[in-house]
Design a protein around this ligand. Structure first.
Ligand SMILES: Cc1ncc(COP(=O)(O)O)c(C=O)c1O
Length: 368
């Protein structure tokens, strides 16, 4: 304790921090293991889109220059791909940045934001940083967003409602009908942040999964998507939001001009054309999911049916211990303790080989 304490605001110090896992190489070194598999962060197990890699190789020579501050080519490509006006698009340093920009722009002290529990942790972290009050609305018993309860939680102070569709960590999704019922009668002076980081996966797997872009006539809607998942570009940090031109101009004021780096811009632009990679990813996830469902079923374990590339599994015992034992045997998953699910782990669908290793290792760990 000293004079310096007055610089550190208590409300900021109290915000939960995102706890990153150790780098794989470091875990391998510490545990003396040769080959660790990481099925913890909902990444694409096939690597990056090959078209994106090729584009980056060509662009490497140009990294002495600052990136295009407007991400113009990427936005132009998104505009034709999504069939929406370029003025409606904002690119971010990961779709995470669109969450942060939205909170900075539309919420502050005295305002309320409505967030499900459990859901993607960054909503809570970023809301805490801008000093907004959070109203948490629990998921239903079957771990779905309770949109009716979220609507009931609205007050005069509400500025933003976050909807992760599908949800992370639950993997469940809001149907088209549920979303439309939610929109019906919703005040227009509240931002609805529809987080579709897993859009391509969910829209392929679920016939009643809504496309947020169909609702852009609503002046208060921000739809966000990511290049991290389906295109395998998580390490580059690039995502985007689609909303009204007015909201884009407003969010832009909060944005670092060079927020999306050169390699991320060219890679994302090229990835949008990589239909083959998208197809391969969807097939891998679909088959992997079925394999995991079948094997978990045989093991008598319950899991949450998922619309995306990860799932929550009830291991029926302390999930932190299971996590630790799995890691000692070379498999990294997430334990769900921080989300309040003490007996659940979350596992991402990997390659066929990774899924098999995960199941074999889980069997060994649970049999002890
Ligand atoms: C629901 C959800 N939204 C947003 C993100 C952030 O994605 P990005 O890598 O584009 O920042 C994630 C990442 O896991 C997520 O699960």
């Amino acid at each position: 304790m000293g004079k310096i304490d007055r610089l550190f605001r208590k409300e900021i110090e109290d915000i939960p921090v995102y706890i990153p896992g150790k780098p794989i190489e470091e875990v391998e070194r510490m545990l003396g293991l040769k080959h660790i598999i990481k099925v913890a962060s909902n990444e694409n197990p096939l690597g990056p889109s090959p078209k994106a890699v090729l584009a980056m190789k060509k662009a490497l020579k140009g990294v002495n220059r600052y990136p295009d501050a407007a991400s113009w080519y990427l936005k132009a490509k998104l505009s034709t791909t999504l069939k929406t006006e370029i003025e409606r698009i904002i690119c971010g340093n990961g779709s995470d940045e669109i969450i942060i920009l939205t909170l900075k722009a539309f919420a502050g002290k005295g305002d309320e934001v409505i967030i499900a529990k459990p859901t993607f942790l960054i909503y809570q972290v970023a809301a805490g940083i801008v000093g907004a009050d959070i109203k948490f609305v629990p998921l239903t018993k079957d771990l779905k967003y309770d949109l009716k309860a979220m609507k009931r939680a609205i007050t005069d102070k509400t500025k933003i409602i976050f909807i992760a569709n599908p949800d992370n960590p639950a993997g469940t999704y809001v149907t088209k009908r549920e979303l439309e019922e939610f929109f019906d009668g919703l005040p227009e002076d509240i931002i609805v942040y529809l987080d579709e980081a897993y859009y391509e996966l969910a829209s392929d797997f679920c016939s009643d999964y809504p496309n947020g872009l169909d609702y852009l006539d609503r002046p208060n809607l921000i739809v966000a998507r990511s290049f991290s998942k389906i295109y395998g570009l998580a390490g580059l940090r690039v995502g985007y939001g689609v909303t009204s031109a007015r909201i884009v101009r407003y969010l832009d004021k909060y944005r670092d001009p060079f927020n999306v780096n050169i390699l991320a811009q060219v890679a994302a632009t090229a990835a949008l054309d990589d239909k083959e990679f998208v197809k391969k990813t969807l097939k891998t996830v679909k088959e992997g999911k079925q394999f995991l469902y079948d094997e978990l079923g045989k093991m008598g374990l319950e899991y949450v049916k998922t619309a995306t590339n990860f799932m929550m599994i009830d291991v029926k015992r302390d999930s932190v211990k299971v996590f630790e034992k799995l890691i000692c045997k070379g498999v990294i998953v997430r334990d769900m303790k921080a989300w309040g699910y003490d007996t659940f782990i979350r596992v991402s669908v990997g390659t066929r080989e990774e899924n098999k290793i995960f199941i074999d290792t889980l069997k060994k760990v649970l049999s002890k």
